[in-house]
Write a protein that binds this ligand. Structure first.
Ligand code: KG4
Ligand code: ZN
Length: 333
């Protein structure tokens, strides 16, 4: 069978990324520009600045990616692009670039959901096995998904308020760690001990999550300690916080595996880089004989390789968009 090459475009938040993937599994070339250092100054992503950076970089990155792959648009079968969820202005930059590229070169345009991309990060280098449960944890999402086969999604539950990555970043801010603080909290958690008492968030029988109460509990704890003139043991606080977060994520994930009688588990999204979460999921999976897959770190944070991988399955499914394709900031799976 003829090989299929998908050129993927990702620009939903603060990374501009272009990638070429063969048959949904083999990464040929990827180039990514991250704006983290620019947004750091403001304590979070500034949408207007993000869009401007995407505009400045996207054309150059497309050229660089083709060059790196030693390919031309002649060799590409389709252009896949993230059209949501994400920041509207940022998404539109990628969408307009994809439309132009597809139109000028007479290639099909394939719309891809960003969360589907995060899931398909698990398909890079090795095909996913079905049925599976996906735990998707990022700066904007926290979801448990059951997948019977490619592109067959059933959402079991999601966060009712803050996403887990967002909660990490907010907790980091309380202890003066610059954006994005998730990785620092994770590092500290590994060095501290669990000595602060924090509530287990939404420890109920559903597959939903809630992290805003936990965030408030951390804020109150820090204020109370400050008022008493006590110094915050930041590493211990990070460790106590991470323990309850990881505990509830792992508990609900394994409940879903049991209820749906599934033994394949994948982790997805930026928070999949979290060492505490990776460790606990690995330990539990070994205990329960679950086949766990976690993407390489470089595929956990936003990248176009995952969009091109997901785009391949959308392409063979026959999913197509025309030049009216618009951004959808709150797109569901
Ligand atoms: O998936 P992603 O790159 O962007 C979104 O689509 O949201 O995720 C970024 C999020 C940020 O909130 C960041 O703090 C968090 O992932 N993150 C982590 C870690 N590495 C990244 N959170 C906890 N521990 C980490 N090691
Ligand atoms: Zn993401």
């Amino acid at each position: 069978m003829k090989d299929t090459y998908i050129l993927g475009i990702e620009s939903s938040c603060d990374e501009t990324s272009i990638s070429i993937v063969k048959n949904g599994i083999e990464e040929i070339a990827t180039v990514t520009n991250t704006q983290i250092d620019i947004h750091k100054e403001y304590g979070g992503v500034v949408p207007e600045i993000a869009s401007r950076c995407h505009v400045k970089n996207i054309t150059i990155l497309i050229e660089e990616c083709l060059e790196k792959a030693n390919m031309t648009m002649e060799d590409i079968d389709a252009v896949a692009v993230t059209y949501g969820p994400g920041l509207v202005g940022s998404l539109l930059v990628g969408i307009e670039a994809a439309k132009t590229l597809a139109y000028v070169n007479n290639k099909p345009l394939v719309p891809v959901n960003h969360m589907s991309g995060h899931i398909y990060a698990n398909n890079i280098g090795k095909e996913m096995r079905f049925p599976l449960i996906a735990l998707v944890v990022s700066g904007g999402h926290t979801e448990l998904i059951y997948m019977e086969d490619h592109y067959k999604y059933k959402r079991l539950g999601a966060t009712l308020d803050d996403a887990v990555g967002e909660c990490y970043d907010k907790v980091a801010r309380i202890v003066n760690v610059p954006y994005p603080g998730g990785p620092t909290i994770d590092k500290w958690a590994m060095e501290g001990s669990h000595s602060y008492d924090l509530p287990l968030p939404l420890n109920d029988s559903t597959y939903n999550f809630s992290f805003s109460g936990l965030k408030s509990a951390v804020i109150n704890l820090v204020h109370n300690e400050e008022q008493r003139g006590n110094e915050i043991r930041k590493k211990d606080l990070a460790c106590s916080f991470q323990e309850v977060v990881v505990d509830v994520l792992v508990k609900k994930t394994f409940k879903a595996l049991k209820e749906y009688n599934v033994n394949n588990l994948i982790l997805a999204g930026g928070v999949a880089a979290n060492l505490g979460l990776r460790k606990k999921l690995t330990e539990e999976s070994e205990k329960e004989d679950i086949n766990l897959h976690i993407p390489d770190l470089k595929y956990c944070t936003d990248n176009a390789t995952m969009i091109a991988a997901s785009g391949y399955y959308a392409y063979i499914n026959g999913d197509r968009a025309d030049l009216t394709l618009n951004a959808n900031s709150s797109l569901d799976l």
